[in-house]
Design a protein around this ligand. Sequence first.
Ligand code: AHG
Ligand code: MN
Ligand code: MN
Ligand code: MN
Length: 334
Amino acid sequence: MQKHITLGEYIIENQKDFQYSSGELSRLLSSIRLASKVVNHEVNKAGLVDILGAAGETNIQGENQQKLDVYANDVFMKTLVNREIVCGIASEEEDDYVIIEGKNRSHDNKYIVLIDPLDGSSNIDVNVSVGTIFSIYRRVTPIGNPVTKDDFLQPGNLQVAAGYVVYGTSTMLVYTTGFGVNGFTLNPATGTYYLSHPHMQFPDDGTIYSINEGYYVHFPQGVKDYLKYCQEEEGNRPYSARYIGSLVSDFHRNMIKGGIYMYPTSSKSPQGKLRLLYECNPIAFLAEQAGGKATDGYKRILEIKPTELHQRVPIFAGSKLMVDKLEEFMAKYP
Ligand code: AHG
Ligand code: MN
Ligand code: MN
Ligand code: MN
């Protein structure tokens, strides 16, 4: 078997990309790597442990938290807090951002993390793949003080790193630090991630579209027109409809095969459903780093100035030419 570099070796190798690096980002990525293995271990035997079903709480999103939502959130929060390598964390499953007080003055750390600990919760009980999404920024407030909301409301183009874990037929960790996108596959026998997908790139065009067509009647007219375009008999169309119900899994497949993921506004989600800070921004950073595109239908996701921690935006992300075509249809209805 070809010798693959491990994720740990790769992180150290890439530390050189950051001049005068203190190693903080490397330690932060390593803690995410560790937490993902702990969550993976539980996901892989979910039916045998008390981790399926609802936790009985509603999160700030108004969603019924699943036990695995809560478990994954606990694992990532505890790992990041105990290692005291970040000064603050925001999570889909936490009402507000969390200031890391820590005994060793965590306020001196320069990074913050925003996380969707378990993406695709509706898939948990039916054994369909789920994910974790993370986004890393440098704090903007002075080191030494507690973080403030300003540290979390940064536009996506200021991200230092972003990535996801996809707990699928195999478990992969895919991330970027602004120097391209690389995918690592977990060898469950050794608990080690190995570089399996170097320099991941979106095909410029594709023939897969991912959207929940159940909300069709409520979509903006530009989206309806684009869907009809996808379904017409012409050239390499009709395209294939593939929708897993987990952003990470749909995005990952489309990045490998070519495709577009869409979550538009609808009457049920007037601002869109996906959260800007810990779903759309990290996904958009990865999309662009892989030569793809990510917009809200009109402008780059990464240029949106956040105003709220859990704000939602519509997102269209994937192969550049497919997103361009979608925007053409949206532009007819400004
Ligand atoms: P989460 O499970 O983190 O709340 O995110 C679920 C998101 C996304 O992963 C998925 O594509 C989308 O919600 C599915 O929404 P619908 O069920 O409305 O299609
Ligand atoms: Mn999610
Ligand atoms: Mn989630
Ligand atoms: Mn959720």
